[in-house]
Design a protein around this ligand. Structure first.
Ligand code: GLU
Length: 288
């Protein structure tokens, strides 16, 4: 595999619970993709939604990543320290006439989730700030191939009525600021990517390349996530967890002899073949 020292990738979990197999998969695939070309791999904790966060979850994620040998470069970026930058970027987007205030509720938004600037907030009313999207940005996913934006794209919230900054804004600001040029993450975020690419473009930032991983589902077909009560992985079983994740990622290294997480990761890095996932006939992976 050719060295690509300019490669900068990241894992960017929200601290809403401990690591589970779905999040381990995203961490591992983004790590292997970066390390296989001698690139940089960063860790960013997306802690900008306190009502959804679980006390201690960020620490537990950091410890689990370390126990699995997934050691990041540079210092961890906590998004809660970046609120001034989000505010400044919102002003930049406003300056190019891309932001509007919206007082819609879920009921008034309609099926597409779009306000399109139709509501008329009273001066004293709490509003969210939304982005006007052109909805014409496709991209070539490194795993899924060419992707076209959906016909009706909702105009995403950038700052909520409770004045918390939204994921869509913070993720772009920080991917740009950290110089991330490769994003490997779960397909649950695929539909967000079109809007993120537009925001990058309106701000004049370089566009990263994206690879979206198939989702991990349980045997009943339910997506593994903190919301659906996915089981936390145990740090004491790090090697077995990594093997399970490599198996889900269709990697031959899953069955190679290795005595420690570090040893297995080093084999997996040497053998990393993301194409194996692209060839995977199913759109989701089943675990356990
Ligand atoms: N923080 C997001 C999550 O935990 C992921 C962000 C991303 O990878 O773009 O779902």
């Amino acid at each position: 595999m050719a060295h690509q020292p300019d490669y900068r990738g990241r894992f960017a979990p929200s601290p809403t619970g401990p690591l589970h197999m779905g999040s381990l998969l995203a961490a591992l695939a983004s790590y292997l993709d970066a390390r296989s070309v001698a690139g940089t791999w960063l860790l960013r904790i997306e802690d900008i939604d306190p009502p959804r966060e679980v006390p201690g979850a960020a620490d537990s994620m950091l410890r689990s990543l370390e126990a699995h040998g997934l050691l990041w470069d540079e210092s961890v970026l906590f998004q809660s320290t970046r609120l001034k930058e989000y505010s400044a970027t919102l002003a930049d987007l406003d300056a190019v006439d891309r932001v509007f205030a919206c007082c819609c509720t879920r009921a008034t938004l309609g099926p597409s989730g779009s306000c399109m600037g139709r509501c008329r907030p009273r001066p004293d009313e709490a509003t969210s700030l939304r982005i006007k999207l052109d909805g014409d940005t496709g991209f070539d996913d490194q795993i899924l191939g060419p992707q076209q934006p959906p016909n009706a794209q909702s105009d995403l919230v950038l700052r909520r009525k409770d004045r918390l900054y939204a994921y869509a804004l913070a993720v772009v600001v920080d991917d740009a600021w950290q110089g991330i040029n490769y994003v490997v993450r779960g397909s649950d975020l695929l539909s967000q990517t079109f809007a993120q690419l537009e925001i990058f473009t309106h701000l004049g930032f370089q566009l990263p390349k994206y690879a979206h991983l198939p989702l991990v589902r349980d045997s009943k077909g339910v997506k593994l996530s903190k919301q659906t009560g996915a089981r936390a992985i145990h740090d004491a079983s790090a090697v077995d967890n990594l093997r399970d994740a490599l198996r889900l990622l269709q990697q031959k290294s899953a069955n190679m002899p290795a005595g420690s997480a570090i040893e297995l990761l080093s084999l997996a890095t040497e053998q990393w073949l993301p194409e194996a996932l692209a060839d995977h006939p199913e759109k989701s992976l089943v675990y356990p």
